[in-house]
Design a protein around this ligand. Structure first.
Ligand SMILES: [Zn+2]
Length: 316
């Protein structure tokens, strides 16, 4: 971990991206506990109308390179660095991905929006049908370069500017992507245009209807990922957004994840200036804490309170 950056970020004030309202209350505040890319304290607010939690003010888009440093984990989730955690997560994620793909035809075209280093596409390449066409989009050239190294087809840029084919894809997914977006409504609208009629978009994102949010929302909640998660959803706000775009909701449920639990504790320990050896027990590399909180979240998920939200949206 690097020393804290000294320069404050350029910030922009925004409205709720679902109802375009300014009527929101402050729910929490915190710092970039993970990467220390700026000395700022950031504020999360919750829309009084739809329940969306959003960062306000948030970094200007010109700060993208600062808030996503080269050490950012989405750019290098490798077996070499993550060992057993990589193996277990790969197996679980492959199972989940294939469950969304079970009705796809042999000639299906699949798009991963915000594919990062190609982790999910690579799982489909290894465990899915060889006849599927797999494509990814990512705005970051470091991530796209890593995905290309795996032999994946990746478009560098954003779906709204890339001019990808319309009515062409059977399935798209956005796994832990929507919370990073500047304009979720616009991106979802473009993705809907790219899907075939009856095609599906699977969204997986942090759940603000979870117990971990309730306990840690005043500042340490891992899902804030200050200042990189700009829009955070619960079932109500995600439903409203999907319906506004014109999707039908085929399924909306919660999914097990230990990550926000582990990072909520990590962030508290960092803020309390606890020793590094202790903080290191609560990261993406700590198999013990990840497995303990997975077990807890499995129970919560049974009550519809898992740490992640998962929506399967269909183009009518
Ligand atoms: Zn709202």
């Amino acid at each position: 971990m690097s020393n804290p950056a000294e320069k404050s970020l350029k910030l922009t004030r925004v409205k709720c991206c679902v109802c375009e309202s300014n009527d929101a209350k402050r729910v929490g505040a915190g710092e970039d506990f993970e990467y220390r890319t700026s000395p700022d304290t950031f504020q999360a607010v919750q829309c009084n109308s739809c329940g969306l939690v959003y960062l306000n003010p948030r970094p200007d888009v010109s700060e993208f390179e600062t808030i996503y440093p080269p050490t950012y984990h989405a750019f290098d989730f490798s077996e070499k660095d993550f060992g057993i955690v990589y193996k277990i997560r790969s197996r679980l994620e492959a199972k989940r991905l294939l469950s969304w793909c079970k009705d796809l035809p042999d000639d299906a075209r699949i798009l991963d929006v915000g594919c990062g280093d190609g982790f999910h596409l690579n799982l489909l390449k290894n465990y899915g049908k060889k006849s599927w066409t797999l494509e990814g989009v990512d705005i970051d050239k470091r991530a796209a370069a890593m995905a290309e190294k795996l032999g994946l087809k990746v478009y560098l840029g954003s779906v709204e500017t890339l001019d990808l084919p319309k009515d062409a894809y059977d399935l798209a997914f956005m796994i832990q992507t929507i919370e990073h977006l500047e304009k979720p409504f616009e991106i979802l609208s473009v993705v809907k245009g790219m899907l075939k009629t009856g095609g599906k978009l699977v969204i997986v994102t942090d759940n603000t209807g979870s117990l971990d949010f309730k306990l840690f929302k005043s500042g340490y909640w891992g899902g804030y990922h200050f200042p990189r998660h700009w829009n955070l959803f619960n079932q109500n706000s995600l439903t409203k957004l999907a319906e506004k775009v014109g999707f039908e909701i085929a399924d909306l449920t919660t999914q097990v994840s230990p990550v926000n639990w582990v990072y909520s504790i990590h962030n508290a320990l960092v803020d309390w200036k606890k020793p590094r050896w202790l903080i290191n027990q609560f990261t993406l590399k700590s198999a013990v804490s990840l497995s303990v909180f997975s077990s807890l979240d499995i129970i919560l998920q049974k009550f519809g309170k898992g740490a992640l939200l998962r929506a399967i949206l269909q183009k009518p």
